[in-house]
Design a protein around this ligand. Structure first.
Ligand code: ADP
Ligand code: GLC
Length: 480
């Protein structure tokens, strides 16, 4: 039996802001339980819904030196769907309304979390053979493990994997403050280690000290070796390219299954998708105040409203696109200018555009089920799960060819009758709009061809099966 420990800042069903939570919430339960004892450590955020807090039981607590103080580290635990979860309790660091409050709060919050995650291991009597770290919030784990923790026999030989879900966020703060907070010796803050451009960088630390680095698609693994996508770390990516690989994300096929999904208005599968989608579309149009029209092409967007997702392209041509026979439904929160932009278009094109500016899991399911197409023109996309959800729900993705979007959406080829979606190459608003219009043409003029695209998409397998095997192979290889 091999012990694999996941440490992350978000995880379904407890807390989610984006795809990271989907991945950390679904990969551990797909690993082969006969060979792997996989457990997960998360922060116990004060805002976590009471229903989940009620599931937790107290394990133990101790005090830990951190940032010139001695801090309470409480350990709470629960078992959920066959996976053992530990939650680190500390009110100074985890009393908040959301996981990320910006710098410098987040630096303290997650540096504390990383040290605590390592420190609780002897108390819970679980020695991982490998710690799988996710994103910058856990970047200090490989670094701490390399430092004072080595003095304790318990920690020696533990392997680490650093998975990059989004290179944009790195946990950066000036060296002096960072060094003070995290309590690592000065020699860790040199350009070959945690320093970058005279700042301290937590993700960089993780990447330097982890035994292996992965990211969430093959294309993104290649892209981040180039300056355009490398967010300043492309040199390090190239230097560590032998230890860097892409493993595309899977989707939780139990959670995301239109045949049994309790969140949607009518269940359907690949054989009944036409009628099923029609029912879902009508109900969603009614619920959101869109003009009820079974024939109109409904385009969905479910997303964090940030630059990453290509909303400046949409802003540029939204008026023009709204002249077409289409409806838009948007569910998302994020940057104010995009929230206001969609509110504006919903007001201007009342009945044609619906803007739902909040976070709602159930509505997300309804949108994938009701929409004919899903628009995701990302500037960069490490993997993307929304397009996988769309494919599974017979909602045709229209994407930019980048990162995981390129690896998971096969562009429609009308001559060969192949493909599962529509895509464009350049980050250009008119190229995007032309692609949307090409999709409209297929939708309205050649319905059988459209329906075949839907079917091919639904028949693709993006469950965790294949990707979990690749992670397992990597774990075995590293642990030896
Ligand atoms: P990212 O992790 O960059 O945000 P992904 O496509 O990997 O992008 O994952 C986004 C996840 O978050 C999907 O599960 C999507 O359905 C969900 N999501 C994003 N915004 C919302 C929202 N406002 N309400 C519900 N779900 C949302
Ligand atoms: C990040 C990326 C997204 C990816 C998700 C899960 O949030 O932006 O592309 O799907 O992590 O790996």
């Amino acid at each position: 039996m091999k012990n694999i420990l996941f440490v992350a800042s978000e995880c379904l069903p407890f807390v989610k802001t984006g795809g990271l939570a989907d991945v950390v919430g679904s990969l551990p339960k797909t690993l082969d339980k006969e060979y792997y004892d996989c457990r997960v450590i998360l922060p116990l955020y004060s805002f976590m819904p009471q229903k989940w807090k009620d599931m937790l039981t107290y394990h133990s607590h101790f005090y830990m030196d951190f940032n010139w103080n001695s801090y309470y580290v409480g350990i709470m635990e629960c078992e959920y769907e066959g996976v053992h979860y530990y939650f680190i309790d500390n009110q100074d660091y985890f009393t908040c309304d959301r996981p990320y409050d910006g710098m410098p709060y987040d630096i303290g919050r997650f540096a504390f979390f990383d040290k605590a995650a390592l420190s609780i291991l002897p108390s819970i009597g679980y020695r991982p053979d490998l710690i799988h770290c996710h994103d910058w919030q856990t970047g200090l784990i490989p670094v701490y493990l390399n430092s004072s923790f080595q003095e304790n026999e318990f920690y020696r030989g533990i392997k680490t994997v650093m998975t990059i879900h989004n290179l944009k966020f790195q946990g950066i703060w000036d060296v002096r403050t960072l060094k003070d907070i995290v309590g690592l010796p000065g020699y860790y803050f040199t350009p070959d280690k945690l320093e970058y451009n005279r700042d301290g960088n937590m993700l960089k630390g993780g990447m330097v000290y982890a035994d292996a680095i992965t990211t969430v698609s093959n294309t993104y693994a290649e892209e981040i070796k180039m300056p355009y996508y490398g967010e300043g770390l492309d040199g390090l990516m190239r230097a560590r390219s032998n230890s860097l690989r892409g493993i595309v994300n899977g989707l939780d096929y139990e959670e995301w299954n239109p045949a049994i999904d309790k969140n949607i208005y009518a269940n359907y599968d690949v054989k009944s998708v036409i009628e099923g989608k029609a029912k879902n579309k009508e109900a969603l149009q009614k619920e959101l105040g869109l003009t009820v029209d079974p024939d109109v092409m409904l385009i969905g967007i479910v997303s964090r409203l940030t630059d990453q997702k290509g909303f400046d392209l949409i802003a540029y041509v939204m008026d023009e696109m709204c002249q077409d026979a289409v409806q838009f439904v948007i569910l998302g929160t994020g940057e104010e200018r995009y929230e206001n932009m969609f509110r504006h278009f919903a007001w201007k094109y009342n009945g044609k555009v619906s803007a739902q500016i909040y976070y709602n899991e159930a509505l997300a399911h309804k949108i994938y089920a009701a929409s004919d197409a899903f628009l995701m023109p990302s500037q960069f996309e490490p993997c993307g799960l929304s397009q996988l959800m769309s494919l599974r729900y017979g909602c045709v993705p229209i994407v930019r060819e980048t990162g995981g979007l390129k690896d998971t959406v096969e562009p429609y080829n009308e001559y060969e009758g192949t493909g599962t979606g529509f895509s464009f190459t350049n980050y250009n608003a008119h190229e995007m709009m032309n692609t949307v219009r090409y999709a409209e043409k297929i939708f309205y003029d050649t319905k059988p061809a459209w329906n075949d695209i839907v079917t091919r998409g639904m028949e693709k397998d993006f469950s965790w099966k294949n990707s979990a095997l690749q992670y397992q192979e990597m774990y075995d290889w590293l642990i030896g």
